[in-house]
Design a protein around this ligand. Structure first.
Ligand code: NAD
Length: 423
């Protein structure tokens, strides 16, 4: 036995994010019978850029930050992916998220590849002016490799519509007017109606479709949602309006539980007023770990990565898990859930609503035209329904999990585009 090789192999429980994505890739690649050379080409990023972001802070201090843009694959079109400002951002995480974008855009069949960017910084400690300076400096460093036909950034954790306006303005200083260079912009600044709600709404749409396929009614489905930010709150709103029984939600301040169903409109108002759920008194307080272990039919992790792991998967009682967040289930826990018959809808399908409406925004920008909210919602429903049906059929045909099926479809599409276009 080659002990060096064994020692070098990553222990699944200590797996880094990118290794986890590669593992999901390999499970699907095994089913597709992909050879090693093809796997290597499809897994590796086309380009990884690390840049220095040197800025002056409000107090005159010089700060030097690290920024990344990873462009994973462009076989199907310009690369697309968010920009994250978070203190845990590193190259491994950006790499993982960039490749997830390739598989996500291929799965929902929009003409994009995948990319991701980020800056290692705590946005809570920055003033608005500091955020703007950092963003503009970052664009100075990467403007040559992004653009409407090359790589189109969008918001992610720590960035928002205003950040996208700064990026557009800075990029246009070099390249001229072209709002399609970035998506997730404010509606009044070439943004799309319905972009903000799109990811959470998509989670709700897909939850509805899954239940329908399983012959269940929303009213008989108790739901727990971790995270009440952009994704979690809009998912809660849509599901509440669709008569799901939401018994628990949480944010960074803790969990809130009512076995008879929560007053979601009241909780949305509370968050709007106070910025978080802290102080909400209409429910029993529970911890985030307790929320994950509740006796519910549907669990929707919509906050962080890696929250369902080897050490807590035994506590999960839900029959279905819909991954609102990216990478919330560790691969080892995923295996356990699959063996127990728990249906997990993977992130590359479940949270694809956001990139889908980003695509609509890009289409509108290129046509100098604006769709109304109804049209955006109808088209979102159509794109996600088609992707759901594809995944459902593939899973049944090959008797694999929804995740493996989703990766099989996405990998096949990217491989075919690569063959048609030449590697
Ligand atoms: P957000 O910042 O708007 O909200 C995050 C929520 O998680 C907040 O309610 C926050 O309080 C909560 N949270 C933070 N730390 C927590 C903790 N330790 N325990 C419990 N809750 C905690 O972010 P978002 O845009 O809603 O994104 C959430 C996830 O969804 C991320 O993984 C993101 O990459 C993914 N995602 C987002 C979009 C999008 O369009 N926003 C699209 C695809 C994927």
């Amino acid at each position: 036995m080659n002990t060096a090789a064994v020692a070098a192999a990553p222990k699944p429980s200590h797996m880094k994010q990118n290794e986890a994505v590669q593992l999901y890739f390999d499970r699907a690649a095994d089913k597709l019978g992909l050879d090693e050379a093809t796997r290597k080409r499809l897994k590796m990023a086309r380009r990884e850029l690390t840049v220095q972001v040197a800025v002056e802070m409000d107090d005159g201090r010089q700060e030097t930050l690290v920024g990344y843009r990873v462009q994973h694959n462009n076989a199907r079109g310009p690369m697309k992916g968010g920009l994250r400002y978070h203190w845990e951002v590193d190259l491994d995480e950006v790499r993982a998220l960039a490749s997830l974008m390739t598989w996500k855009t291929a799965l929902v069949n929009i003409p994009y590849g995948g990319a991701k960017g980020g800056i290692c910084v705590d946005p809570r400690e920055l003033s608005r002016k500091e955020m703007e300076r950092i963003t503009r400096k970052f664009v100075d460093q990467i403007h040559e490799i992004i653009g409407p036909d090359v790589d189109i950034p969008a918001p992610d954790m720590g960035t928002n519509a205003e950040t996208m306006s700064w990026i557009r303005n800075q990029w246009e200083k070099y390249h001229g007017f072209n709002p399609a260079c970035i998506t997730g912009k404010p509606v009044e600044d070439y943004g799309a109606r319905g972009r903000e709600e799109a990811t959470g709404r998509g989670v709700g749409i897909l939850a509805f479709k899954l239940l329908k396929r399983l012959g269940r009614r929303p009213a008989d489905c108790r739901v727990a949602i971790q995270g009440f930010g952009n994704v979690g709150s809009h998912a809660a709103k849509y599901m509440h309006e669709s008569e799901f029984k939401i018994v628990a939600v949480s944010d960074i301040t803790g969990g809130y539980f009512n076995p008879n169903g929560l007053d979601i409109p009241g909780m949305l108002q509370h968050t709007l007023k106070y910025g978080s759920l802290k102080g909400y008194s209409g429910a029993e307080s529970i911890s985030n770990e307790q929320l994950l272990a509740l006796d519910v039919e549907l669990l929707v992790p919509s906050a962080l990565g890696n929250v369902i792991r080897e050490d807590n998967v035994a506590n999960i009682k839900a029959k279905f898990v819909i991954e609102g967040a990216n990478n919330p289930v560790h691969p080892l826990a995923d295996e356990v859930l699959h063996e127990r018959g728990v249906v997990v809808m993977p992130d590359i399908l479940a949270n694809a609503g956001g990139v889908t409406v980003s695509y609509f925004e890009w289409v509108m920008n290129r046509q100098y035209y604006s769709w109304d909210l109804n049209r955006v919602r109808q088209q979102l429903d159509a794109v996600l329904s088609a992707a759901f049906e594809d995944v459902w059929q593939e899973a049944n045909t090959h008797q694999v999990s929804l995740r493996t099926a989703a990766f099989m479809i996405a990998i096949s599409r990217v491989k075919r585009a690569s063959e048609l276009g030449g590697y």
